[in-house]
Design a protein around this ligand. Structure first.
Ligand code: ZN
Length: 98
């Protein structure tokens, strides 16, 4: 298998595109603290860290504050937890296509 480059090896443009995608899906709300994210303070959070087998799939990616993202480090967030409109919501991705 070749050609599957990891998140960190992707050029900035792709990382930005992934972040923009997460922002458009989940809004400008931090997936860690739930607070609103100011323009320029957005970062891309892996719900399951790549070091623990997390993927770059959009279901594993959430917007988060840069500060929250770095303080979370390698800890894992329940991937079903998302913040929407400032409130935490539990989304069952397994059932999303029903
Ligand atoms: Zn935050």
């Amino acid at each position: 298998m070749t050609g599957q480059r990891s998140y960190k090896e992707k050029p900035y443009k792709s990382r930005r595109a992934m972040l923009d995608r997460a922002l458009s899906l989940y809004g400008w709300a931090c997936s860690i603290c739930g607070g609103p994210i100011a323009d320029g303070d957005e970062s891309l959070q892996h719900m399951k860290p790549r070091s623990k087998g997390g993927t770059d799939d959009e279901e594993n990616l959430r917007p988060a504050h840069k500060r929250c993202n770095s303080s979370l480090g390698d800890r894992e967030i329940d991937p079903r937890l998302i913040v929407y409109g400032g409130e935490r919501m539990l989304i069952d991705f397994a059932n999303k296509n029903r």
